[in-house]
Design a protein around this ligand. Structure first.
Ligand SMILES: NC(=O)c1ccc[n+]([C@@H]2O[C@H](COP(=O)([O-])OP(=O)(O)OC[C@H]3O[C@@H](n4cnc5c(N)ncnc54)[C@H](O)[C@@H]3O)[C@@H](O)[C@H]2O)c1
Length: 333
């Protein structure tokens, strides 16, 4: 069996999720952790039974890890504003990258990552786990097959007790986070909508509010897609708990996801709950990353798509700041 050697850049909360996923990927071998909080790196090493030797398997400096450790890929799991430098440095060292969301915090950075990956001939898989989750994949596949006819409207809502949970952390420091609820958890909503709607977004209007925080907490984003469909994307960053809901309306029917269940109703027809046996199989970003590194499958979550997410997010911030409708640029060829 081939082996894919992996290093972690960032050993915080989400590192636990990736380690859990990687336990079920027999080809994956975690060989090093880097985190300025060396204790966090050591704890993660111990968690996977890797002897914690500073300068060999655990590092306070991620650049030293890239210089010293023989690896095939890295997972970039640091605060948002660090991702760009770390992803590009890893690519330039000939490594593949699994990047947490948001891949980067500006459109220009996203464009540079796309170029760096092409120049290096290496893959960047962005960790949007909904792309590997059966209910989300089902809706996306049906919309792309035309099961709802031509899309006319999309409503997306994501809510979380985000303001309460992230108070005093890097997530509320704009220089580290690049934004608030929409840039962070809202990134999943933006990605799912853009991945599912076949047409590109062309214009955005937005209203946001900071609710006394240093970054935005609540967002109302209006999107016009080429072809005429409209999108209403709502992020509620001071809700009571985590929730998300999506409704896709087309000329031939509607499909919505609420509390984990997909409901489908053809125009003029009966509503029905989509059964578990109709859904595609589950996977994880980590299983997919290793398969991509081994050349077994096409990258299902490429940096070109993450460019679209950050471009729409920052266009929404600009629209909110100026009170104007903002055009959404596409990735230059
Ligand atoms: N896909 C998801 O659902 C999901 C969920 C949670 C977090 N995330 C993403 O994962 C990333 C990390 O989030 P988290 O929840 O683990 O945050 P966290 O605050 O729990 O951990 C961040 C870690 O990064 C370390 N760090 C700080 N600066 C660093 C640097 N320059 N280089 C390397 N490490 C550095 C910190 O010491 C800390 O250990 C973010 O991009 C976040 O958006 C994704």
């Amino acid at each position: 069996m081939p082996t894919v050697r992996l290093g972690f850049i960032g050993a915080g909360g989400i590192a636990g999720f990736h380690l859990q996923n990687l336990q079920r990927v027999p080809e994956a071998k975690v060989v090093a952790f880097a985190d300025p909080n060396l204790d966090a790196a050591k704890q993660r090493a111990e968690q996977v039974g890797l002897p914690a030797r500073e300068g060999e398997t655990v590092f306070g400096d991620w650049q030293l890890m890239l210089e010293r450790v023989e690896m095939d890929g890295v997972l970039v799991l640091s605060p948002h504003a660090h991702h760009f430098e770390q992803i590009v440095a890893a690519l330039q060292r000939g490594l593949h990258v699994l990047a947490e969301k948001p891949m980067v915090v500006t459109s220009e950075q996203a464009q540079k990552v796309v170029l760096a990956a092409r120049q290096a001939g290496k893959q960047v898989v962005v960790s949007y786990q909904r792309r590997f989750t059966p209910v989300f994949r089902f809706i996306r596949d049906q919309v792309h097959k035309g099961a709802l006819g031509e899309l006319t409207f999309v409503e997306a809502v994501i809510g979380q007790d985000w303001q309460q949970l992230t108070q005093g952390t890097w997530r509320q420091m704009p220089e580290l986070s690049g934004g608030g609820m929409l840039m962070d958890s809202g990134s999943h909503m933006v990605d799912f909508v853009l991945w599912t709607v076949p047409n590109a977004p062309v214009k955005v209007s937005a209203t946001i509010s900071q609710c006394g925080a240093p970054v935005e907490i609540n967002d109302i984003v209006g999107v016009q897609f080429s072809g005429g469909a409209l999108g209403a994307l709502i992020a509620m960053g001071n809700f009571t708990h985590f929730m998300e809901r999506y409704t896709f309306v087309g000329t031939e029917g509607a499909m919505w996801l609420d509390r984990g269940q997909v409901v489908w109703q053809p125009m003029g027809g009966e509503q029905r709950v989509v059964e578990a046996k109709e859904l595609p199989p589950a996977s994880t970003p980590d299983r997919h990353f290793v398969d991509v590194v081994l050349g077994r499958v096409e990258n299902m979550s490429p940096p070109e798509d993450a460019f679209k997410v950050v471009t729409l997010t920052t266009a929404a911030y600009q629209a909110a700041a100026t009170g104007q409708t903002v055009a959404v640029p596409s990735l230059p060829a």
